[in-house]
Design a binder for this molecule. Structure first.
Ligand code: OGA
Ligand code: MN
Length: 209
């Protein structure tokens, strides 16, 4: 069993810089992944809410576009705290390698019921969105391709260039502003944690109100 959180042979910065996304199959300790999976399955949909599209007053819940239920991580369990610490290590590492100026992270559990997915989108479409790097950790054991629910990475012309199985322990990193992606319809319950590294809010800077 692995005891370290990160694999030294996987340098996420290189692939991120060259193509905008990278898959890290065993980034976290398997015990941590199991604890996070237990947490999401113990609670089920209790405490979760339907995810929306858009922010603030523009927010809408549209089943045809996005079918997941979410709960934000608040550091209330040991597993959440360890996960957020690992993301903090990653934030520092990525900033050193890529100078993205990542400042903070936000993360939510996501559960997609059978029959749902998330249409092709960018995580930061509007100019003022501070999200720069997206990270998704999957929590599902023994996922098979026939069960659907893959993360489909698209190129700029809208062609799918890779399918990533949402298998427990796999983490995907991608640039929030430039990598279009979709969750294809899933045939079984699909659990994950989606996280976004953000730059300091544009509105906080000098010379702005
Ligand atoms: C998202 C998203 C991908 C996934 O939550 O914005 O694109 O594989 N998630 O769960
Ligand atoms: Mn997304």
């Amino acid at each position: 069993m692995e005891t370290t959180g990160c694999r030294s042979d996987a340098e996420p910065g290189d692939a991120l810089a060259s193509r905008g996304w990278v898959v890290l199959p065993r980034f976290f300790d398997p015990g941590l992944v199991a604890a996070l999976r237990d947490e999401v399955h113990r609670a089920g949909l209790v405490g979760m809410r339907r995810a929306g599209i858009g922010r603030g007053r523009q927010r809408r819940v549209l089943d045809a576009v996005r079918g997941d239920w979410i709960r934000w991580l608040d550091g209330s369990t040991a597993a959440q705290r360890e996960f957020l610490e690992r993301l903090e290590d990653l934030r520092i590492r990525i900033n050193r390698a890529l100078m993205l100026g990542l400042f903070e992270v936000e993360a939510h559990f996501a559960l997609y019921p059978p029959g749902t997915g998330y249409e092709c989108h960018l995580d930061a479409f509007q100019q003022d969105n501070p999200r720069r790097l997206s990270a998704v950790l999957y929590l599902n054991r023994h996922w098979r391709r026939s069960q659907g629910g893959t993360l489909a990475i698209h190129d700029a012309r809208g062609q799918i260039v890779e399918h990533i199985l949402p298998e427990a322990g796999t983490m995907v990193l991608f640039l929030s502003q430039t990598v279009p992606h979709a969750v294809l319809p899933t045939r079984r319950w699909r659990a994950s944690i989606a996280a976004w590294f953000r730059v300091r809010d544009i509105g906080d800077g000098p010379g702005t109100r």
